[in-house]
Ligand binder design. Structure first.
Ligand SMILES: [Zn+2]
Length: 409
């Protein structure tokens, strides 16, 4: 419970709902005015989050420093309990025609704080607000809010990159909590800590994500002989379902439709998502295709299997036309266009011959091991469709084999 309080405290400070506003414990009306002012200053509030996060992440001494804030938080809770602040704030904001997203967010947080997460309207408002805010500027706010909601046991779908904390579990004092906070602090920055070029490009991923530099079975690979023979039976069985996709700033990612499975020697894996790279990450005798798709599957034990499909330039691809029509060209939240059905199976070639090897996630944290099946037969996309893909270059360079032998069926 303490952790939820701290999380919400973060959001509170961050969204500018301002614990200091209540510190003085002035009249509710004054508090409401101060909130209004504070919520206009989301930029500086972001700084506050950083500072608060950092103090949370460090040693217990630092955590102690947060104690007064936690007490202020209690004061805040007290002030909110009667609902007076909320109603004052609602009245105040009702007079304004165009409420800024920061203020709406602040209001959402106050509602959440007053009515709790059981109140459907608070959640709805908050979630609507999350969709409205300027995405690039407000990433930290959104992530913190999302995490607070998730920590409170709510099912929130906002942005895949906000690493949602693990489900709430009974928590003990002291070290455990501090260590956990540290871990979260790390992952909270995973969102924009890496890219495909420059100072956060692939050659620097290892600094923050050790697997990427130290792993011995990293992917992608340059697929070349000598090869060994293998006989895995590969049986993808994808189903038509509602289309849900996201531009996560690194790629376009489409969620797996319910019931879509891959069987490898009759062992089932669920299709979690598929996404695109340009140019293809896998190379063949040193040559890349214009693009590739990675279909990512997972079983209950958490084992991951990826099917790679190469894309060559050719006829227009009707399946891709559907995706591109609805794909956000800029980074943002998941979208689920109404009444659009899609079958991921439409993006698989008819021939299922493959190369296979043990690899890794090709994006941080570069987790190993992951079994790759790279299909030998490419699919077509038109030149225009390739050009329309919103990422010009999002491919990790090929990785050392380190003694691995690529197999082929
Ligand atoms: Zn990929």
């Amino acid at each position: 419970m303490k952790r939820i309080l701290l999380e919400i405290l973060l959001v509170l400070g961050l969204a500018g709902a301002g614990y200091y506003a209540w510190n003085q414990r002035t009249l509710a009306q004054t508090a409401a005015t101060q909130i209004q002012e504070a919520t206009g200053q989301a930029e500086s509030a972001q700084e506050k989050l950083k500072t608060a996060e950092e103090s949370l992440g460090k040693e217990q001494e630092r955590v102690k420093e947060l104690q007064p804030k936690a007490q202020q938080f209690d004061a805040v809770k007290g002030a909110l309990a009667g609902g007076q602040v909320l109603s004052d704030l609602e009245k105040l904001y009702a007079r304004e025609k165009n409420l800024s997203s920061e203020r709406m967010l602040g209001l959402g947080v106050i509602r959440l704080m007053t009515k709790g997460t059981e109140d459907a309207q608070s959640l709805e408002t908050l979630q609507k607000t999350l969709q409205l805010v300027d995405w690039d500027k407000q990433r930290n706010i959104i992530c913190a809010t999302q995490n607070a909601l998730a920590a409170a046991g709510q099912d929130v779908k906002v942005l895949a990159e906000c690493n949602t904390p693990k489900p709430l579990r009974p928590e003990t004092e002291g070290k455990g909590a501090a260590a956990e906070k540290k871990e979260e602090h790390k992952s909270a920055h995973a969102g924009h800590a890496w890219s495909y070029a420059g100072e956060t490009g692939p050659e620097h991923w290892g600094k923050e994500f050790p697997n990427c530099a130290k792993g011995k079975t990293q992917a992608p690979l340059n697929i070349t002989g000598p090869m060994a023979k293998t006989r895995y039976l590969l049986a993808p069985d994808y189903k038509v379902g509602d289309l849900t996709l996201v531009n996560n700033g690194h790629t376009l990612q489409v969620m797996g439709t319910p019931g879509s499975k891959l069987r490898v020697d009759s062992k089932p894996y669920d299709l979690v998502q598929f996404h695109f790279h340009r140019p293809s990450e896998e190379q063949f005798d040193g040559k890349a295709f214009p693009m590739n798709i990675h279909f990512v599957h997972k079983n209950d034990a958490g084992e991951i299997v990826v099917i790679g499909v190469m894309v060559k330039e050719g006829n227009e691809n009707p399946g891709i036309r559907t995706l591109w029509t609805h794909a956000p060209t800029k980074e943002g939240p998941e979208v689920s266009p109404e009444r659009v059905k899609f079958n991921p199976g439409n993006l698989l070639p008819r021939e299922r011959d493959y190369y296979t090897y043990q690899g890794s996630l090709t994006t941080p944290p570069c987790t190993e091991p992951i079994r790759f099946f790279i299909l030998k037969t490419p699919i077509n996309m038109s030149r225009e469709q390739i050009a329309q893909f919103p990422f010009k270059h999002n491919a990790r360079p090929v990785q050392p084999l380190n003694g691995r032998v690529i197999e082929s069926n």
